[in-house]
Every structure is written in C-alpha cells, then in structure tokens.
Design a protein around this ligand. Sequence first.
Ligand code: ATP
Ligand code: MG
Length: 296
Amino acid sequence: MSSNQEPQKTTGLHVGVAAPGVKKVNPILVIDHVKKSFGGLTAVDVEHLEIPSGAITALIGPNGAGKTTLFNLLTGFDTPDTGAWSFEGKELAGVPSFKVAKMGQVRTFQLTKALSLLTVLENMKLGAKNQTGEKLLNSLFPFLWRKQDSELETKAMELLKKFKLDAKKDDFAASLSGGQRKLLEMARALMTDPVLVMLDEPMAGVNPALTQSLLEHVLNLKKEGMTVLFVEHDMHMVRHIADWVVVMAEGKVVAEGAPDTVMKEQAVIDAYLGAHQDTDLGVVTGRINVVSEEGK
Ligand SMILES: Nc1ncnc2c1ncn2[C@@H]1O[C@H](COP(=O)(O)OP(=O)(O)OP(=O)(O)O)[C@@H](O)[C@H]1O
Ligand SMILES: [Mg+2]
C-alpha cells in the first residue's frame, strides 16, 4: 500500500480576497454569465468563474447544484442559454465536444461511458485524437493507418500499464468492475494528451480498495503538468487532494477558497443544510463532519 503522505498543495492561486468569482493568477478557464435553464428550473447561473491553471480544483455542492450541467456546458456536450467562456484564452462557446477535446480539454462522466461491447484496448484507441484511419488519405494508403494504429496501441498499452489494466486489454469493458471502469475512463481521456482533465465524480461507486489508487492517479495528473477540475461529494478526498475549492448551490457559485477554509464558510454550510435540512452536514458531505471539526 502506498504511503499516506500529504500531497504537495499548490498555493497562491488567486488575487485578493477569496470570494465567488475571484480572479486567478493564471486561469485556464474563464467563465462569464453562463446560464442554463430546463423548463422553469435554472440549473446553472454562473456570473464569473476562473479555474486556476496547474492545480487541482474541486467543484462541490449538494445534489442538483448544477455541477454536471456546468461540465456539460463547458465541454460542448450541451449549450447554454447565454454566456461565454474561454479555455487557454480561446473562446469555446459553440465549439462541439470533439473539438473541445482536441483542443486539450477532456472530461469523464458521472456515469461511465466505456463501451461495454468493445475491449479495454479498443476503448482506449477510440479515445485517441487523430483517428486518421477514417480519413480518405489513409484509406488510399493503408500503411499510414497501420503505422498510426501501432503507435496508438503502444500509447494505449503504456497508459493501461500505469492504470494496472494491461492484463485486461482483451477483456470486454462490460466485464470490468465499477472502479476499473472509472480507471479505464480516466486512462482513455489521457489518450488525447489533455491540458485540462475534468472528472465528474471519479470516486463514486468505487470499491474502497481502488479509491487510494484513483486518488493517486488524480494527483499524478497534476505532477505531470495537467490541470484538474473534479466534482466530488467526499470531503475527505476534497481536502486531501484539492488546491482550490469552488462551491455551487442552486446553479450559482456561492463560495471559493482553499479547502481548509472554504468548508467553514456560512454560505457553504447553508448550501448543504438548505438542501438537506433533515440530515447533518457530516452525513451529507461524506466521511468528515465539518461542523464538529470546526468546533474542535
Ligand atoms: N437534461 C435535463 N433536463 C431537465 N432537468 C435537468 C437536466 N439535467 C439536469 N437537470 C436538472 O438541473 C439541476 C442540476 O443538475 P445537475 O445534474 O447538474 O446537478 P449536480 O450538481 O451534478 O448533482 P449531483 O451531485 O446529484 O450529480 C437538477 O435540478 C437537475 O434535475
Ligand atoms: Mg452531477
């Protein structure tokens, strides 16, 4: 088992007082007035939000706060009613999801999207960015396609080894456990050499035996120079690995800050208690009881 050493936190990410919409020293994503309603319900209403580059940011908030919807909008899987946002200074509004991924911003899904009837290795290859095999040029010159295919395979196998899935390369994705599928999805996202990796509840439904390994994979993304934005309900994990925390409630960003301080903000406690008036915050937020910790 790996050590429980505290990961190295990245600090000095923001400029001025930590509050919703606070400027970042080096933002990778800048979001302005992004709004999305479903019927009468406003799912997302983000006035201004900057995600810091080179760090791990956790996006938290009670069920239905709009976290997944915001992910969908930012990655081109859904379109907002209004608003604009940029990734590394490039405007992304209206850019479809496959192009967003090619630009270096990838995401995984709350419910994994591994294709069950493909093998683990085939799933990996599908994640790659230059599917040149499908292009006309390559159908005329199949040797180009074969070269690319073997390069893809080498890369896929390296990643599968890293995620300890190499022995399963020929198994159907359907045969994997929930946790292994989460690992496969993360590995597949890395086939495109992303700059920003967005993970929607990477730990949800994962067997405790695999959580430590998933956690380390997330930390490794940062070590390798990638920026991470992840949605998570387990406050233990958020505190352990996040450099910065953004809190959403009812579509809005209600707080932002370093993990140790932001959980104690009244707006955050209210957001969770407001959504779960009949439970205490410790239950809602996972393994750690924020209220009693504060009192210690
Ligand atoms: N396609 C849709 N059609 C209608 N309503 C939707 C749709 N997608 C999301 N919603 C609603 O928008 C709100 C925000 O949902 P969203 O899935 O973004 O929340 P979340 O913060 O990801 O929640 P969770 O923590 O439970 O995953 C919820 O009230 C949800 O019911
Ligand atoms: Mg969600």
